[in-house]
Write a protein that binds this ligand. Structure first.
Ligand code: MN
Length: 214
């Protein structure tokens, strides 16, 4: 009986160590972008040297250039722009959409996203994982908020006749982006057309045509 209790206690302690919330042990860890030490995240700058600008970014009032095939532009404000976000698990983007512009299907490997529409009308959606692959979609107006759960493929489409603008918060200092079309058809070197033709159940010429766009 006692040994059973000890085993349970041991399991509880080791599992709490393995899954402990990695709470910050300091007020902040402003990224030292010049350090070449490889760590999970970025090395902290000497706290005595930090300044307000380490926590500051100006530019989300500026519309991104949407003159591109997708008709959209993402302006990030993550740890690359704001070193003070290092280790804090949060960042922002501004997204501009021309009329009928899209933010093409993509996923963030390290973040859930909460998107708020500031201007315009967006159809948004995400797809649940296998085997259901259910599309969860909604048309959003100014002031509406929508959540894209971590890892799921999602998109936005400006279905209005005017420009649209959104601000999204992401639960990582460095959310990462995997654009589905670019990953699948634009990898370097390319995934073999044999693989993609079988995967998409089309002929290889269709694959070559798709690959030529990326
Ligand atoms: Mn996204």
């Amino acid at each position: 009986m006692a040994s059973k209790f000890l085993i349970l206690a041991f399991l509880a302690i080791t599992s709490s160590l393995a899954f402990a919330d990695p709470s910050s042990l300091q007020d902040f860890c402003v990224a030292d972008l010049k350090s070449s030490v490889p760590v999970n995240g970025l090395v902290c700058k000497d706290p005595k040297l930090i300044e307000a600008n380490d926590f500051f970014f100006s530019g989300l009032h500026l519309a991104g250039n949407t003159s591109n095939p997708a008709g959209s532009r993402v302006t990030p404000a993550n740890v690359a722009q704001i070193p003070g976000l290092n280790t804090l698990g949060i960042s922002l983007v501004r997204i501009d959409y021309a009329p009928w512009g899209i933010n093409a299907p993509h996923t963030h490997p390290r973040a859930t996203e909460v998107l708020t529409v500031l201007e315009g009308t967006l159809q948004v959606g995400f797809v649940t994982s296998n085997p259901d692959n259910r599309l969860i979609t909604k048309v959003l107006q100014k002031g509406d908020v929508f959540v894209f759960p971590v890892g799921l493929v999602h998109f936005q489409h400006n279905v209005g006749k005017v420009n649209a603008v959104a601000i999204a918060a992401l639960s990582s200092q460095n959310p990462g982006v995997i654009s589905i079309a670019n990953s699948v058809f634009g990898s370097k070197p390319a995934i073999s057309a044999d693989v993609l033709a079988k995967a998409f159940q089309v002929d290889k010429d269709t694959i070559y045509n798709l690959q030529s766009k990326f």
